[in-house]
Structures are given as structure tokens and as C-alpha cells.
Design a protein around this ligand. Structure first.
Ligand SMILES: [Zn+2]
Length: 288
């Protein structure tokens, strides 16, 4: 074959002054060398690419591992908090149960079965916590209503003295103080003290009368609700008006001797469903 005789001749000079050198190389040998060089180059480039790719994958993996670890830690923290929350709910539930019992409220659901049982895995359901919280809240509102009503009733019940003084006449049958013999029903308590001494409301309520009324003279009548009213008679001065809301301790007027009276005193009357009852029973109620 003619081709087999083909050579490539390379001419080169190592420096500008040195003589030219030349050498011949068979074309097949040249192709082989070039082929090897090409394959070598490709291998190196591919290897470098693989290496870089690997580095990126490893970096990503490290990142994911790190993320995963953080997530696990967070998850553990959340579970710990859930456990703590459940314990606190259980404590709250136990306290509130006693409160509900003493308020006369019957429980719709027993919470003790659903809370405080998160388990060691901390797999307590958040919805359980939500449900228990909602139930406790609803029950607390009921308890509050009961307490509020009790509070209102307490502050609307006459308590203590309307004025400081001496009891000169008690509640019940008595001899007619204006002479002429016979007995009469005394519907209140007469507390004698100086003319002008302040008379105060003995409970919260609404003024339903303020003015002159028969033998009472200047009188203030307060409605306290629950069928209870109080009256303060023989006043020299009235400081409230009909329809006015008053609280216990509110100034109503001053001691006088108006109406059927012989000397300055406050005729204090307590009525239950409009029937006079003994105010003595209310003077020291809950008061030390
Ligand atoms: Zn009296």
C-alpha cells in the first residue's frame, strides 16, 4: 500500500541561531500519538467534571444532614413543650374541678382522661390540647358567672350600721312612745345620735323613694333586689334622688327628727318582700 509509506516531516529550531533540525514520523505513529493525547485529555476533563460533581453532591448531603439534625432537635423541643403544656393543663384541670364542684357546676366532660397522657414519645395531639383548653375556658366562664352573681347578692344584702349611735328602740312590739297607752309594732331599729350625723347606705341598690312620707318624715327607701328594701327615716336632709344607684357606704342624708319622732335618731328598717324584718340580724352580717 502506498499509504504506508507516508511520513510527516517536522522541522524545528530550538533557538533562533541553532541549525534546523528535522525528523520524520510515520503518519500512523503520529495519528496514534494524537489519538492517545485526545483520549488522555478527555479522560482528564471528564475526571475533573466527575470530581466537581461529587464535591457538590457531598456538600448538598452535608447540608441536608445538618438540616435534618436541626429539625430533629426542633421536633424534640416541640414535643418537650407539648408535654410541659399538658402537665400544666392537667394541674389547671385539677384545680378547676374543685372550683367547679364548690360552685355547683357539673362537668360536661372529664378532662383527666384526655390530658396528661402525652406518653414518652411526646406524640400528644395538639388538637387534644386545644379541646381541653376550650373546655376549661367554657367551664371557667360558668364559674365566673356563679361568682359574679354571688358577689352581686353579697353587695346587695344590707350589712352593718347606717349610722353610728345607740339603739334606743328595737324591732317588734313596743309601748306607744307618744303616750296614750297601748302597744304598737315598731317596724325598725331606732339609732340615736347627733342631729346632722351622716346616714349611709348599707348595701348596693337603687333609690325608689326620697322625700316626706307619713310618720317617717324625710325618708329614703332603697331597693336592693332579691326582694330586699331598706328605709331610713326622720332625716333632717336628703342627699339622693329617686332612680339613683347607690353603693354600700354612699351618703344618703343626715340624722334628724322629722316626722313622728321625739329626738334626733335614724329609724332604720329592712324589709323582705315588703314585710319588715329585724335589722339587728343584718347589722353584723359578715362584719367584724
Ligand atoms: Zn323607729
Amino acid at each position: 500500500m502506498n499509504d504506508d509509506k507516508r511520513f510527516y516531516t517536522f522541522v524545528f529550531a530550538p533557538t533562533a541561531k541553532s541549525p534546523l533540525r528535522k525528523f520524520n514520523i510515520h503518519h500512523k505513529v503520529l495519528y496514534a500519538i494524537l489519538g492517545f493525547a485526545a483520549v488522555g485529555m478527555l479522560t482528564v476533563v471528564y475526571g475533573a467534571y466527575r470530581l466537581a460533581h461529587h464535591a457538590v453532591v457531598v456538600a448538598k448531603l452535608n447540608l441536608l444532614e445538618n438540616e435534618n439534625r436541626l429539625l430533629k432537635e426542633e421536633n424534640q423541643e416541640v414535643n418537650n413543650k407539648k408535654e410541659l403544656l399538658l402537665s400544666r393543663l392537667a394541674a389547671l384541670d385539677s384545680t378547676q374541678r374543685k372550683l367547679a364542684e364548690s360552685s355547683g357546676i357539673s362537668r360536661q366532660t372529664d378532662l383527666s382522661g384526655s390530658i396528661g397522657q402525652g406518653g414518652p414519645d411526646g406524640d400528644a395531639d395538639l388538637s387534644e390540647i386545644e379541646r381541653a383548653t376550650a373546655l376549661l375556658e367554657a367551664e371557667l366562664r360558668q364559674i365566673k358567672d356563679v361568682f359574679d352573681k354571688d358577689q352581686v347578692k353579697l353587695s346587695s344584702t344590707p350589712k352593718g350600721w347606717p349610722v353610728r349611735g345607740y339603739i334606743t328602740d328595737g324591732f317588734g312590739m313596743r309601748r306607744n312612745p307618744f303616750g296614750g297607752g297601748g302597744t304598737e309594732m315598731h317596724s325598725g331599729l331606732d339609732i340615736a345620735t347627733n342631729h346632722g350625723t351622716a346616714i349611709e347606705a348599707t348595701a348596693d341598690g337603687i333609690v325608689i323613694f326620697a322625700g316626706v312620707y307619713a310618720g317617717y318624715g324625710n325618708v329614703v327607701v332603697i331597693d336592693h333586689g332579691y326582694g330586699i328594701t331598706t328605709r331610713f327615716g326622720h332625716m333632717s336632709q336628703i342627699e339622693v334622688t329617686v332612680g339613683q344607684h347607690v353603693t354600700r357606704g354612699k351618703l344618703l342624708g343626715a340624722v334628724g327628727s322629722t316626722g313622728r319622732s321625739t329626738a334626733p335618731h335614724c329609724h332604720y328598717e329592712v324589709r323582705l318582700h315588703d314585710r319588715p324584718v329585724n335589722p339587728l340580724n343584718y347589722l353584723s352580717v359578715g362584719r367584724s
